[in-house]
Design a protein around this ligand. Structure first.
Ligand code: SF4
Ligand code: SF4
Length: 367
């Protein structure tokens, strides 16, 4: 298979001329994408992760506004931004409003999580027997996957695929995917009964019953907050599940992209403010690496591969890891794997196996 073309804009300007700034470079990337060929007279959906809680390291509204304006200028019939209902509620805290964007912000599956289409998975993959996808996205002509790149506690890496598979689905579907990770284990001998796990569970899924930790899996979203906050590592996810999680994510993205590939999907990855955890974490920690820039193209596999390759060349900024996190000293591993102990390329390999694109790419730098 031949390689896929990707556009790259470096965050670093080559001169101090404002025309060389990253904001103007971003506009030139959009020009070079030839949006009109894809979006003219079409209904366009822009899928983003709008973040949550006190986090502020999502994509700056400056770029969203530019993107929406470019889509409109290219002749789109309509355009909207979408994300999970819960994240649209607090979006204003990050400067994300319809007025700023210049287009509506619509919850992926409605306020009640009931606007979706369900597709059976036959045979079922582990416990995943269906894929529930956003109906408003599927009703669009063009999907623009606009992703903030960061690390992820469960799969090592959050990029374009995660933006779709965990963000363009129902709450139930996210739980189905998270359940592929495996369950939680509690080591009573290590527990000092500080109650931090219980107090910090955002879903009230944990409690102590007769001094034994009890997980109410119906409520558990497998977010790992309890495991990460435990000072003695008495709580942990059961091992080996992350590859199933990656595969489930790839299957979900691939199902959604069936409706848009090969020529009605565009991908833009922002390699800026690359933090250790997902934007739903509800807080922003220091960026791990310098800001790299932006990648854009029409192949989700190629753009994810290139994203990881660029991040893999970077050095960790000293002092950027949160307390309790240590860097694996094996420099042959990817930076995200050295932090999260999970191969971040797994989802990219699964996506390629599912026919979503190729890991071979060619970068053209836009100045
Ligand atoms: S994984 Fe998340 S939802 Fe589940 S018990 Fe731990 S903190 Fe609660
Ligand atoms: S956070 Fe860890 S040590 Fe504290 S109560 Fe929970 S399991 Fe025990």
């Amino acid at each position: 298979m031949k390689s896929s073309e990707l556009l790259f804009g470096s965050f670093a300007p080559k001169t101090l001329d404002p025309a060389a700034s990253f904001g103007n470079k971003f506009s030139r990337i959009l020009d070079a994408l030839d949006l009109a060929a894809t979006v003219r007279d079409k209904k366009v959906c822009i899928k983003m992760h709008l973040g949550g809680g006190g986090g502020f390291s999502t994509i700056h509204p400056f770029f969203v506004r530019k993107l929406v304006a470019a889509v409109r200028k290219a002749g789109a019939a309509s355009v909207f931004v979408t994300d999970l209902y819960r994240d649209t509620i607090g979006a204003i805290d990050r400067g994300y409003t319809e007025e700023v964007f210049g287009c509506p912000i619509i919850p992926v599956c409605n306020e009640k999580d009931d606007n979706y289409r369900s597709f059976p998975v036959t045979p079922a993959f582990q416990s995943m027997d269906r894929i529930e996808l956003s109906a408003p996205i599927l009703a669009s002509d063009v999907l623009l996957d606009f992703s903030h790149i960061k690390g992820h506690g469960v799969c090592g890496f959050g990029g374009a695929s995660k933006n779709l598979s965990m963000g363009a689905v129902t709450d139930r579907m996210r739980q189905i995917l998270h359940s592929l990770e495996g369950g939680l284990e509690w080591d009573e001998a290590k527990c000092i009964h500080c109650n931090k796990c219980v107090d910090n569970c955002p879903n009230h899924a944990m409690s102590f019953k007769e001094n034994k930790l009890d997980v109410f899996y119906h409520n558990c979203k497998f977010c790992q907050h309890c495991a990460l906050i435990c000072p003695t590592k008495a709580v942990k996810m059961t091992a080996g599940g992350y590859l199933d999680f990656q595969k489930g994510m790839a299957m979900t993205s691939a199902k959604l992209l069936e409706a848009f590939l090969p020529d009605r999907a565009l991908f833009i990855n922002m390699l800026m403010d690359v933090t250790i955890f997902c934007d739903c974490w509800g807080m922003t920690t220091p960026r791990l690496i310098r800001d790299i820039g932006v990648l854009a193209g029409r192949d989700i596999v190629a753009i994810e591969e290139a994203t990881l390759d660029l991040i893999g060349k970077e050095k960790l900024i000293e002092g950027s890891l949160p307390p309790g996190r240590e860097l694996d000293m094996d420099e042959s591993k990817h930076l995200f794997e050295r932090i999260h102990h999970k191969d971040p390329y797994a989802v990219v390999r699964y996506l390629e196996e599912l026919g979503c694109g190729t890991r071979r790419y060619h970068l053209t730098e836009i100045d």
